[in-house]
Design a protein around this ligand. Structure first.
Ligand code: PMV
Length: 464
């Protein structure tokens, strides 16, 4: 069967940076993250399993996928085949839709769309909680794009000893990160050589229309992490052989936005999944067979885009492919002496961001967002080898944002992913004025305007 999905990229307000290895030898994101799903920065992906194929075929933007992108796509397809008990290879086509030719590279939309399309094509559940582990296999941040609006991803790792214990429903004081989410210190994880050009089936496009998601019954105090995050010091972790089979997630809600006409009850809100399966890598490649076993990641929609609309003005200062992909960068995080401090600071930052989203408080959100971006880049810059993604114009845009605010101008706040381009978050009514001011900054080549978007959905507009 052929299936096509559309998914948006997302911009993280609290960044996911770094992976650890859990006690079952699986790689897990080091920290919870919070993001906003984007509209007009989307990917359409069509998948068809075909018994006549002799290998998986994967084209991105009309061209054969790079070896690295292909490897990540095949990782997702292998897991789908395993879950669906099928052997056929797949034909995959992925097109990124952006209002410009380049500049915002994200694998989030690509791997999110791939997970949904592949699951549908194989006859698997398309419930978002079931798709989380599939999306994560390609790119950690992809699981956040399953949902529209504002999204919290709590990686596996709750519970004593890192065991994947049942997480209670949203509760007071549960911030999604507990004492078991610790930085394990340097591991023996194999680090692939740094290479040029990391491509997932990427980003962006089309306006799929409003989400059908219902507003969550947000509970106070569940921020996806708590205050006990500790740094235990260096340890030695070794990859372990794969154990068979990840578990199917519990279906706790309905599927991704049903704009494509795919049935599913309305009102899902939170996914809780067992992230087992081969190569459970939060966006990183691992040794073959690495990562099977139990585990749990939860992804939760904090607010819909109907609840709060923001605009992400992306100041493009470079369209170059980044030299070190985030997939590789995650492996370097533990080499930074600043990582423990960053993780500790998240114990208060994540609750702040969650509160800001619930209160629609842009100033509160912006303060935390900027601190988080700077903290992540401090870790990057102090890794071995250092990862310096910024260009001179990156700093110029940061200064301009601060200058706008200091001068009593419109409220706007910056964040920066693993690249030089600066995302400036502002309210829709201020976007025009902020955009004009950013356009004056030397080195800014273009400014994209991306609004809060809906989650992933299925569509009949197949690419082949
Ligand atoms: O999901 P990945 O492996 O592409 O990593 C995402 C890394 C950042 O974009 C820098 C942060 C984030 O949370 O999106």
């Amino acid at each position: 069967m052929k299936a096509t999905a559309n998914a948006g990229s997302n911009i993280a307000f609290v960044k996911y940076w770094g992976v650890r290895e859990d006690r079952e030898g699986r790689r897990q994101a080091l920290n919870p993250s919070v993001s906003m799903t984007l509209q007009k920065a989307r990917t359409t992906t069509t998948v068809e399993f075909d018994a006549s194929l002799r290998a998986d075929e994967c084209r991105i933007n009309g061209r054969p996928a790079s070896p690295e992108a292909r490897e990540r796509v095949v990782r997702v397809l292998d897991r789908v085949r395993e879950l669906a008990s099928i052997r056929a290879f797949a034909r995959v086509a992925s097109v990124n839709h952006l209002p410009t030719s380049a500049g915002v590279a994200s694998s989030a939309s690509g791997f999110c769309a791939l997970a949904l399309a592949a699951a549908r094509a194989a006859g698997l559940s398309c419930e978002p909680e079931d798709l989380v582990p599939l999306a994560i296999l390609g790119s950690g941040s992809a699981c956040r794009s399953l949902y529209g609006g504002f999204v919290l991803w709590r990686p596996a790792g709750k519970g004593p000893g890192g065991s994947m214990v049942e997480q209670p429903p949203v509760a007071q004081g549960d911030h999604g990160l507990d004492e078991t989410l610790v930085y394990p210190g340097p591991s023996t994880l194999e680090q692939p050589p740094v290479a040029q050009g990391d491509h997932g089936p990427h980003e962006t496009g089309g306006d799929p229309g409003p989400s059908t998601l219902e507003q969550p019954g947000a509970a106070q105090g569940d921020h996806g992490l708590d205050e006990t995050l500790v740094y235990p010091g260096p340890g030695v972790l070794e990859p372990r052989p794969a154990a068979p089979g990840g578990s199917k997630a519990r279906a706790t809600g309905d599927g991704p936005n049903q704009a494509g006409g795919v049935p599913g009850p309305p009102g899902f809100r939170r996914s809780r999944t067992a992230c087992g399966g081969p190569n459970l890598a939060c966006g990183v490649s691992g040794p073959p067979g690495f990562g099977a076993g139990s585990g749990e990641s939860t992804v939760e929609q904090l607010a819909t885009r109907e609840d709060w609309r923001l605009v992400d003005l992306v100041a493009i200062v470079s369209r170059e492919e980044k030299a070190v992909s985030s997939a590789r960068g995650h492996l370097l995080a533990h080499t930074s002496p600043l990582l423990p401090g960053r993780l500790t600071s998240l114990a208060s930052r994540i609750p702040q961001v969650v509160q800001a989203i619930r209160d629609r408080d842009l100033a509160l959100l912006g303060e935390a967002m900027e601190a988080d971006a700077l903290s992540m880049h401090a870790v990057m810059m102090t890794s071995e080898p250092p990862l310096i993604y910024w260009e001179p114009a990156t700093i110029a845009v940061i200064r301009k944002v601060m200058e706008i605010r200091a001068g009593g101008g419109p409220a706007c706040y910056f964040t920066i992913d693993a690249g030089p381009n600066v995302h400036v978050i502002t309210a829709p009514r201020e976007a025009g004025a902020v955009r004009d001011r950013l356009g004056d900054v030397p080195g800014v080549r273009e400014i994209l305007s991306l609004e809060t978007g809906p989650g992933a959905f299925l569509t009949d507009e197949h690419l082949f």
